[in-house]
Design a protein around this ligand. Structure first.
Ligand code: PMP
Length: 292
C-alpha cells in the first residue's frame, strides 16, 4: 500500500499527491522545507523544526497557510494516517501557483504538503569506522546571496557539491565558503574536536543552523566538554583530533578521512562516540507523542 500524503488540507494517496507545473516551488525553488524524524512513536524536536520553517518563511515573505500549532498537528496526523512510529518527515511550503514570471505577488495561495516515509540512513559500518569526505570546488552560498540559514527549496548549491563528491568517489562533501572557511556538508553540519574542545562554524557564516547541531552542542555542554562556535579552515580539519557531521537523517556520523588525509587515529574518536550514544539516548527518550 502506498503512502498517505498531506496536501493542502487533505490526505491523498501518493499517486494523487501532485502539485502544479505552475507552482513556483517547482519553477523557481521558491519555498521552504524541513526534514524531521520520528523515533518510537515520538517526533524529535518538532517545535524547533517548525520554528525554523516559520523563520525561513518570514525571511522570504511567504506566509504559511496554517499556524505553527496546526503545522505540528499536520505532522502528527500524517504519521498516524501512515501508522508510522519511526519515520523521516518532509514538510514543505511553496509559494504556490503563479504565472511564468518571478513575481511572488502573483501566487495567491501557498502550497503545503507533508510526507512521512521510512528512513534511509548511512550503513551501520560507517558509524563504526567513519565516513570519507572531500572538499569540493563549489563554494557555499554566502549569507548575502541565498543565505543557507534558510532551508529553502533551492538546493542546487548543495546538489552541485554532492555531484562533485560523487565524482571524487565519496558520498559527502565539505563545503568551503568564499573566504576559505569551512561551512558545512551538503546536508549536514560539521564539528571538529581539538584538545578536547568541540568547534563548529557559527550560523552567521552562512550555514543551516541544524537542529541536530544545536542538540549536540547541548549534549556536549552537559558533559562539560567545551564548545566553541568559531570559523576554521581546511587545515584545522586535516589536523583535528576528531571530526563528525550532524543532521536529522545522519544523526551524528564520524568522519575519518578528508581529502585523503586521515583524521586523528583514523577511527572514530572517544568524544564522537560518546556524543553518538548520548544523541541516540535522547532521541529514544524525548519528543512529541504521536499517539498512534
Ligand atoms: N546543513 C544542511 C545544508 C542541511 O540541509 C541540513 C539538514 N538536512 C543540515 C545542515 C542539518 O540540519 P538538521 O540537524 O536540522 O537536520
Amino acid at each position: 500500500m502506498g503512502l498517505k500524503i498531506y496536501l493542502d488540507g487533505a490526505f491523498v494517496d501518493e499517486e494523487e499527491a501532485k502539485v502544479s507545473v505552475f507552482d513556483h516551488g517547482v519553477l523557481y525553488g521558491d519555498g521552504i522545507f524541513e526534514g524531521i524524524r520520528a523515533y518510537n512513536g515520538r517526533v524529535f524536536k518538532l517545535n524547533e523544526h517548525v520554528d525554523r520553517l516559520f523563520n525561513g518563511s518570514r525571511a522570504i515573505m511567504l506566509e504559511p497557510p496554517v499556524s505553527k500549532e496546526e503545522m505540528k498537528e499536520i505532522v502528527l496526523e500524517t504519521l498516524r494516517r501512515n501508522s508510522l512510529k519511526d519515520a523521516y518527515i518532509r514538510l514543505v511550503v511553496t509559494r504556490g501557483k503563479g504565472d511564468l514570471g518571478l513575481d511572488p505577488d502573483k501566487c495567491p495561495k501557498p502550497t503545503l504538503f507533508c510526507i512521512a516515509a521510512g528512513i534511509q540512513m548511512y550503513p551501520e559500518e560507517l558509524y563504526e569506522n567513519g565516513l570519507e569526505v572531500v572538499t569540493v570546488p563549489t563554494r557555499r552560498n554566502t549569507p548575502e546571496t541565498v543565505n543557507p540559514q534558510m532551508k529553502s527549496l533551492n538546493y542546487l548549491n548543495s546538489i552541485m557539491a554532492k555531484l562533485e563528491a560523487k565524482l571524487a568517489g565519496v558520498e559527502e562533501a565539505i563545503m568551503i565558503n568564499n573566504e576559505g572557511y569551512v561551512a558545512e556538508a551538503t546536508g549536514d553540519n560539521i564539528f571538529i574536536i581539538r584538545k578536547g574542545r568541540l568547534v563548529t562554524p557559527p550560523a552567521f557564516l552562512g550555514i543551516l543552523e541544524g537542529v541536530t547541531r544545536n542538540t549536540v552542542m547541548e549534549l556536549a555542554e552537559k558533559r562539560n566538554i567545551p564548545v566553541e562556535e568559531k570559523v576554521f579552515t581546511r587545515y584545522d580539519v586535516y589536523s583535528a583530533d576528531e571530526c563528525f557531521l550532524t543532521g536529522t537523517a545522519a544523526e551524528v556520523i564520524p568522519v575519518t578521512k578528508v581529502d585523503g588525509r586521515t583524521i586523528g587515529s583514523g577511527k572514530p574518536g572517544e568524544i564522537t562516540r560518546t556524543l553518538i550514544q548520548d544523541y541516540k539516548e535522547l532521541t529514544k527518550s524525548t519528543g512529541t507523542e504521536i499517539f498512534l
